[in-house]
Design a protein around this ligand. Structure first.
Ligand code: SAM
Length: 317
């Protein structure tokens, strides 16, 4: 994944080193600022020091975009409905960091997390309790299994937000980068729903990012969604940049897309598009915001503003 470079942190003490059924999992303690570090197949997944960056962005960008959308305007915290209504799916994410952030939103009624490797979940509970705290929330439904198989059998239009917090496209996660998988993601999203996937680094993986975005932009669902037979599709595909020191090249991205409303009109498309690009102040309550260290609504908007070398990613929708 990273020819000609490696990212390393000093191991002061190794606390876990196991070959699980799917991957090589280690946790070690760094005696510098990074605290505990988890790796999978030798790649850093999270550190105590900067885990909040990726987890906040992967959760709050899609959830706040969804809550800002005209489809969800009645779900704003200022007009909170009697019961929580938003249903979220996390594919991967076994450390629990994205789950913790998603569940900060009181409007989330259920968050299903499907990770293929139960050992990652257990290691996180043991060595990263502050990251894994969301597993104890009654709104969390945790499934140990293949995310691609789960999505293929999930009911159509059953989730408002789907977050794909996967490891890199080698090993068990490779299936989570393919067209078949995304066809099912499109199917299980409700109209107006948002997908957000770990989108690799614009510094290192431009080719992969461009081919993923092209695939999402041209993907057409197999099932008609309306009586008129309008095909399912993503109405907007964007890359959001995240600056995080412990990932290779210091950055990673989130790939976002919105499921078209079903009307399949330019007007409908515009309404959804504005939800990703501009986020409503009402989409995050003060009691959520006060816990965050990276995400706020200015950072949300800025993440879609790319440096010149990467601007072409967001120039077409
Ligand atoms: N933020 C991280 C990164 O990119 O460095 C990803 C963290 S998270 C620990 C990645 C998770 O994806 C792992 O727990 C791994 O077990 C899970 N995973 C990989 N392939 C999967 C699959 N096919 N279905 C579900 N989970 C999968």
């Amino acid at each position: 994944m990273w020819p000609g470079q490696c990212m390393s942190l000093k191991c002061a003490e190794e606390v876990l080193n196991v070959r699980t059924a799917y991957q090589h999992l280690t946790v070690f303690r760094n005696d510098g600022p990074w605290g505990h570090v988890m790796t999978l197949d030798g790649c850093i997944q999270l550190t105590d020091k900067d885990e909040f960056v990726y987890h906040e962005m992967m959760a709050h960008v899609p959830v706040c975009a969804f809550l800002s959308s005209p489809f969800r305007s009645s779900s704003s915290p200022s007009a909170a409905p009697a019961a929580p209504v938003v249903r979220v799916l996390i594919v991967g994410g076994g450390d629990g960091g994205v789950l913790r952030e998603v569940l900060r939103h009181k409007l989330v009624g259920e968050c299903v997390l499907v990770d293929i490797d139960g050992d990652v979940i257990e290691a996180s509970k043991r060595f990263f309790p502050a990251v894994a705290c969301g597993f104890a929330d009654p709104r969390a439904k945790v499934i140990v299994g293949d995310g691609a198989m789960y999505v293929a059998s999930a009911a159509a239009a059953s989730f408002d937000v789907v977050i794909i917090d996967s490891s890199d496209p080698e090993g068990p996660a490779s299936v989570l980068f393919g067209e078949d998988f995304y066809r099912h993601v499109l199917r299980v999203l409700k109209p107006g729903g948002v997908v957000c996937a770990q989108g690799e680094s614009a510094w290192l993986h431009m080719h992969l990012i461009e081919s993923m975005m092209k695939m999402l932009r041209t993907l057409v669902g197999t099932l008609p969604t309306t009586a008129g037979g309008a095909a399912e599709r993503f109405s907007e595909v964007k890359y959001a940049m995240i600056y995080i020191p412990s990932y290779p090249a210091g950055s990673i991205g989130a790939l976002l897309a919105v499921k078209a409303s079903g009307e399949n009109t330019d007007e409908g498309r515009g309404a959804v598009t504005s939800a990703l690009a501009t986020v409503s102040p009402l989409s995050m309550s003060a009691d959520v915001a006060e816990h965050l260290k990276y995400y706020d609504h200015d950072v949300h908007k800025a993440a879609f503003v790319l440096p010149r070398f990467a601007q072409r990613l967001n120039h077409s929708s």
